[in-house]
Design a protein around this ligand. Structure first.
Ligand SMILES: Cc1cc2nc3c(=O)[nH]c(=O)nc-3n(C[C@H](O)[C@H](O)[C@H](O)COP(=O)(O)OP(=O)(O)OC[C@H]3O[C@@H](n4cnc5c(N)ncnc54)[C@H](O)[C@@H]3O)c2cc1C
Length: 493
């Protein structure tokens, strides 16, 4: 479709949308031919062409928006694709930026209802604008807790979950029970487990037969308007043990911690911060590495379990300092965040964000210090961890950008290695992006793949698809669900 015709079509769609959701919730340029001004993001990723921002206030309004674009023919008719964010605080991976443009962005933070909360059964039904701080506060003092992340309390639970983020207890996908998804033709489907339906009262995210639940995570095939999220039983008693060690001890220390995790002596996500990441996130300097392990127990068994673990740690002779149950020092932000977050609290998360980016959540993209994430998975062994850290030394030598590394052991077998590249936005953006590209290349050559992508590496998943036939099948499904290309291509598809 010629440029002018598609612009006219876009104006017509935006008029329809403005009538449905109110003109105040449609941001568009006064000149129909002009794009909106480019917005900054904390990672200095390229801004994609943005035609409009739409802020619907309900699932019904989302349906009207999507239907309007689809009825006018979507990308087939030359319209920009719809790109959805919840709170858009995907810092380090592109924030609100899509993988490709042009787009019209849907922001869903006005959908902020906790639709249902059942502490007894252990689930909540939340909309995209519900932040982890809001739900964590609702659960304080109850027998359930939320699997919170270390990011700001003002980030979306649902947004992080559909991007397959990682909390302190486990990967958020494991908390996912059900999704409410608006399809391109405006249909609203509920997939997975939903309370009060024939799915039964005991939660079963897989249902019976083929499941479409993960068709909509890391996926541009629907706008998600609600999620059913599992709430974890709050352990009766908990103690966080912190262990410091140097680089020479790293392989043996990681292997010992892996034994504890495999034996279920420690639970949740084991966190190990290196010196660089401790310095940027805000913590006690000079440790080398600081591991945080969490012992969950009953009131009567905690001392015995934690005591036995500390004994074993001492006997290993690997750790310079062992702190069991001690309150972190007032300026040890990392330890305060981790200890609180293991028990479902985001009380100190804003301090860590301020330490990492120099500012508060609503200002991070506009004026925060530069920040990029690279997120590969590696096997949970001491040898693999040491090799991965050596690759980061190479990146540092080649680019001058010093990456920070946090080991997030998700279970007994897999580490989510959180690599952060802090940089000066005025002078180091080019070097930081080179460092990111080198990390992608070096880790791929070592046989390690990322599990989340940033907006500059949207094609990575396609280029490195492990199976071509499966990739083709996914494309067939995508065409079936979104034949007009009403949704913009995402980072993963
Ligand atoms: C200091 C610091 C610490 C951090 N710690 C963590 C951490 O511990 N764990 C972690 O996982 N991340 C962490 N992050 C990264 C990031 O801040 C979080 O992942 C954050 O939750 C993502 O932003 P959001 O919740 O606003 O999601 P959004 O930006 O709204 O969504 C993320 C993506 O999901 C998709 N999406 C979102 N909503 C919808 C929807 N309704 N329908 C369809 N698709 C949708 C889109 O592709 C979107 O780009 C950290 C960042 C910093 C700076």
């Amino acid at each position: 479709m010629p440029e002018t015709a598609s612009r006219t079509a876009l104006e017509a769609v935006l008029d329809t949308v403005a009538a449905a959701i109110g003109p105040d919730h449609v941001v568009r340029s006064a000149d129909p031919a002009a794009l909106l001004p480019a917005e900054a993001n904390v990672s200095a990723f390229a801004a994609r062409a943005l035609n409009a921002v739409l802020r619907p206030g309900s699932a019904e309004e989302v349906r009207s928006v999507v239907r309007a674009f689809d009825e006018h023919g979507g990308a087939r008719a030359g319209l920009p694709g719809l790109h959805t964010v919840s709170t858009g605080r995907n810092w380090g991976l592109g924030s609100k930026e899509p993988a490709v443009g042009p787009v019209v962005r849907l922001e869903l933070d006005r959908l902020d209802a906790v639709r249902d909360l059942d502490v007894e059964a252990g689930y909540a039904v939340v909309e995209p604008g519900v932040t982890q701080a809001v739900l964590a506060a609702r659960l304080a003092g109850t027998a359930r807790m939320l699997n919170v992340t270390a990011s700001s309390g003002h980030t979306s639970l649902l947004g992080n979950l559909v991007d397959r983020g990682v909390g302190l207890r486990r990967q958020r996908t494991e908390d996912l029970l059900g999704l409410e998804a608006v399809l391109p033709d405006g249909r609203l489907v509920r997939t997975g487990w939903w309370p009060g339906t024939s799915a039964g009262r005991a939660v079963n995210p897989y249902g019976l037969g083929p499941s479409t639940l993960h068709l909509f995570t890391q996926s541009p095939l629907a706008v998600i308007t609600a999620a059913v999220v599992r709430l974890l039983p709050r352990p009766e008693a908990q103690r966080v043990v912190r262990l410091s060690f140097g680089r020479e001890e790293l392989p043996a220390a990681v292997d010992l911690i892996r034994r504890w995790r495999a034996g279920n002596v420690v639970s949740g996500v084991v966190k190990i911060y290196d010196t660089a990441s401790t310095a940027t996130y805000g913590g006690e300097g000079g440790h080398g590495y600081l591991a945080h392990v969490c012992v969950d127990a009953t009131a009567g068994t905690l001392d015995a379990l934690a005591g036995a673990l500390v004994e074993e740690a001492r006997a290993a002779g690997l750790f310079g300092r062992i702190a069991a149950g001690e309150e972190p020092a007032a300026d040890d932000t990392v330890s305060k965040v981790v200890q609180a977050a293991y028990s479902g609290s985001v009380e100190f998360n804003e301090d860590m964000l301020a330490s990492a980016t120099g500012t508060r959540a609503d200002l991070v993209d506009a004026e925060g210090k530069g920040w990029i994430f690279f997120l590969p998975l590696i096997p949970f062994t001491g040898a693999d961890t040491a090799r991965a850290l050596a690759l980061l030394d190479t990146v540092h030598e080649e680019t001058g950008i010093r990456p920070g590394a946090t080991v997030n052991a998700l279970d007994a077998d897999v580490i989510d290695l959180v690599v952060s590249f802090p940089f000066d936005r005025a002078t180091q953006a080019e070097a930081a992006h080179r460092a990111l590209d080198r990390a992608y290349a070096l880790f791929a050559a070592a046989g390690w793949a990322p599990y989340r992508l940033d907006s500059a590496h949207g094609g990575w998943g396609r280029e490195h698809a492990p199976d071509a036939e499966n990739a083709a099948l996914v494309l067939d499904v995508a065409r079936l669900v979104d034949p007009n290309g009403t949704f913009a291509p995402g980072r993963y598809l």
